[in-house]
Design a protein around this ligand. Structure first.
Ligand code: FAD
Length: 274
């Protein structure tokens, strides 16, 4: 992959000459192609990132690269296309078998495709930022800077761990001898679309005025259960045990991160107890 705007590969040569010179530098490919003749080309293929405003219409869905394209350095395009194709099949199945869920299913597809693109763009940005730090070349730095503008932080472990408000909430909880938690005035449990088997269904989610899409899991912790149980206890270990009883095994580290996030984002409010 080369950036036509920044590469110095060309140096006045033609594409065919450059291509053959680059192949000649390789070991395996050069041996493999020894004696082969080019029939045509080479031709360039655009690998720029793009995404759609709309992924679903009344009688169409944009699937895989038709909807969006992530930087090939992520090596995630095929996975994204497969996941997109799978979700499109679930959505179509829902539309056919439960017509009443049609618009919910189409909206879900739209939201999920946007989410996946944003998530992969974030991963790519991290990768490019690392590369830009080690390789002082505009190929890396330009992409890294471009993607930084598109970043959309959500509930990834790494971004939560480095979020000062989450760390602050955790430190405050740890320092408190006891506490009383309550759900924030605008935090509600409402039904939102989710995949269940081959269909889109409506599941319970924690939503608020600021976050109408809501969330069900943070770091694999069921936060609907967590936000319902937390107000009944004054000690964090008690809340943890109650959540494990209700939802099954949870890594303590994930639980603390999820609880701190709920406090930091204002879904749970707490005051020190006696
Ligand atoms: C340079 C480059 C490097 C990449 N490296 C990686 C990598 O390392 N790892 C990775 O996972 N992904 C990589 N990708 C991305 C990956 O190739 C794509 O994301 C993936 O192939 C998308 O699959 P798709 O089925 O959505 O689209 P495509 O694979 O493009 O399939 C669409 C098919 O539809 C056909 N078609 C188009 N129009 C019509 C029509 N009107 N009628 C009938 N057929 C039609 C096309 O010919 C094509 O075969 C790379 C992409 C590029 C460009």
């Amino acid at each position: 992959m080369v950036d036509p705007g920044t590469t110095d590969l060309a140096r006045g040569r033609g594409a065919r000459e450059i291509y053959l010179a680059e192949i000649a530098k390789t070991r395996q490919f050069a041996a493999f192609l020894d004696g082969a003749e080019m029939e045509s080309g080479p031709t360039g293929w655009d690998a720029s990132m793009y995404c759609s405003d709309q992924y679903a219409g009344d009688d169409w869905l944009l699937v895989g690269d038709a909807g969006s394209f992530v930087d090939p350095v992520s090596s995630a395009g095929v996975m994204k296309a497969l996941a997109s194709g799978w979700l499109a099949a679930v959505v179509v199945n829902t539309c056919l078998s439960r017509p009443a869920m049609r618009s919910v299913a189409l909206d879900f597809f739209q939201a999920r495709e946007q989410e996946v693109y944003a998530g992969l763009a974030r991963q790519t940005r991290l990768f490019l930022a690392q590369a830009a730090a080690g390789h002082a070349h505009p190929f890396w730095s330009t992409r890294s800077a471009l993607l930084a503008e598109q970043d959309n932080t959500d509930f990834h472990r790494d971004s939560l761990r480095s979020d000062p408000s989450v760390t602050r909430a955790f430190d405050q909880m740890r320092a408190a001898p006891a506490m009383q938690m309550s759900r924030a005035a605008d935090a509600r449990i409402e039904r939102r679309a989710a995949v269940s088997g081959r269909e889109i269904v409506l599941e319970r989610r924690l939503v608020s005025d600021r976050d109408p899409i809501g969330v069900r899991y943070i770091c694999d912790v069921d936060v609907v259960t967590l936000v319902e149980l937390a107000p009944s206890f004054t000690q964090v270990p008690e809340i943890y045990e109650a959540c494990v009883r209700a939802s099954g095994p949870i890594a303590l580290r994930d639980f603390l991160l999820a609880l701190s996030t709920l406090v930091a984002r204002g879904w749970l409010v707490w005051r020190r107890g006696a």
